[in-house]
Design a protein around this ligand. Structure first.
Ligand code: HEC
Ligand SMILES: [Cu+2]
Length: 405
């Protein structure tokens, strides 16, 4: 009995907690901000009211009959087995209702599928545990990870998640799209099944490895729309939110232009202070490594080795950089890291009190490149090798591939 009481009280508290955590929690479907979401909302309301009407009619008739024709009133039951008229009526009326509901429902399904005549296409790839967006028309491509504040708050118990704005619903780089344009999304995944869901757009779509699903949207008004990966099976889908920013076409064009310039830019080869290197390195670590090696660098026993006190981490820097770029059969390769990211990352790995390492050195971006590679890798940076000569010993990284296959 005591146990039941406890359970009841804790459920009540949980319910109250939910109420405060989700201030904008409502009972009904959200109306959303797109043509499709409005259509789906209207369809939902129509079907709901039909159900309400049927419910009232059926239960009303039933309760009326039970009450007014009760035995104590001396009512005699009517005997009409195999009454053809009644059977025809109760077949035809529900059929008509179903057909009436099927017409708008079919129209909605067809509209959902109508991805043709789009103004632009965006490929969305779900990965463990972030989204990758590729604008097929402009060639823009980037990753969208959980924002740093949420990442830390959910991993460090001393940080109160309630102090983080949009906790677990914020990303470091949102998806930006123009308003009033028909945008076609292509969904796929790089590893496991993910599911892309922004309630305001009215639909959600699975992102499956080896398959491409598509969907479209056209957002009415500028704004920020948030969502989540809603795939259930797997460890960290709850930590790969989605943020869509819709803006006017001219603002969007300016954004694309600046992003493409940023994308084409090589690494930042300037010399940085130690604290700068460490704080940038922490961001790189949180984006790329923390999911496996954990915030304290202790890893997960039996799965992901500890980086705290690891000989590989505290040993030779160029080998460490080579290892990170090459990966192994169990760890992904991080070729995508630019020289400045790699340099700040290894400085962080080797020297961060958070990870419990203190080698006492630092690595500048120039030292994460080999002199010979510089020109090939970054033809757009004038005189890159000259820039890096200043650092004296530039360490060519040895890429020691430990890939077994
Ligand atoms: C998907 C999980 C995963 C991610 C993400 C990941 N690692 Fe690993 N890491 C592993 C696994 C598994 C191993 C063990 C590799 C093996 O034994 O083949 C490993 C091993 C290592 C080692 C060697 C440790 C030792 O003492 O042997 C280092 C160093 C390392 N990872 C650094 C990184 C860095 C830096 C990042 C981020 C850029 C990163 N890892 C991201 C899973 C991961
Ligand atoms: Cu996911």
């Amino acid at each position: 009995m005591k146990k039941t009481k406890h359970l009841f009280v804790s459920m009540l508290l949980m319910g109250m907690g939910l109420e405060t955590a989700q201030a904008d929690y409502t009972l009904n479907l959200v109306q959303g901000s797109t043509q499709l979401s409005h259509e789906l909302y209207d369809l939902h309301m129509l079907i709901l009211w039909i159900c309400v009407f049927i419910g009232i009619a059926v239960f009303g008739t039933m309760f009326y009959s039970i009450f007014h024709h009760r035995k104590s009133k001396g009512h005699q039951a009517a005997q009409f087995h195999e009454n053809t008229t009644v059977e025809i009526i109760w077949t035809i009326i529900p059929t008509l209702i179903l057909v009436a509901m099927a017409i708008p429902a079919t129209k909605a399904v067809i509209d959902l599928d109508h991805v043709q005549d789009s103004d632009m296409s965006i490929k969305v790839t779900g990965k463990q545990w972030y989204w990758e967006y590729e604008y097929l028309d402009s060639g823009l491509r980037f990753e969208s990870h959980l924002d740093e504040a949420s990442e830390k708050a959910h991993r460090v118990s001393s940080i109160d998640p309630r102090s983080v704005p949009n906790y677990l619903l914020n990303v470091d780089k949102p998806l930006v799209i123009p308003v009033k344009k028909k945008i076609r999304f292509l969904f796929t995944a790089g590893d496991v099944i993910h599911s892309w869901w922004v309630p305001d757009l009215g639909w959600k779509k699975d992102a499956n490895p080896g398959f491409v699903n598509d969907a479209w949207t056209s957002i009415d008004k500028p704004g920020v729309y948030r969502g989540q990966c809603t795939e259930l099976c797997g460890r960290d889908h709850g930590f790969m939110p989605i943020v869509v920013i819709a803006m006017e076409q001219d603002q969007y064009d300016a954004w694309v232009k600046s992003e493409i310039e940023k994308q084409a830019k090589g690494p930042d080869l300037d010399k940085h202070t130690r604290s700068d290197l460490l704080s940038k390195g922490e961001s790189v670590y949180l984006r790329n490594c923390v999911a496996c090696h954990q915030i304290d660098g202790k890893g997960i026993s039996g799965w992901y080795p500890a980086l705290r006190g690891s000989a590989k981490v505290t040993g030779d820097t160029s080998q460490l950089m080579g290892f990170i770029q090459a990966g192994t059969s169990k760890m992904p390769a991080f070729k995508k890291l630019k020289a400045d990211e790699l340099a700040t990352l290894v400085t962080y790995l080797r020297n961060s009190p958070d990870l419990g390492n203190s080698v006492g050195d630092e690595t500048q971006a120039c030292q994460a490149l080999s002199l010979d590679d510089l020109d090939d890798l970054y033809p757009d940076i004038d005189n890159a090798p000259q820039l890096c000569k200043e650092f004296g010993e530039v360490k060519p990284e040895k890429v020691v591939s430990e890939k077994k296959d």
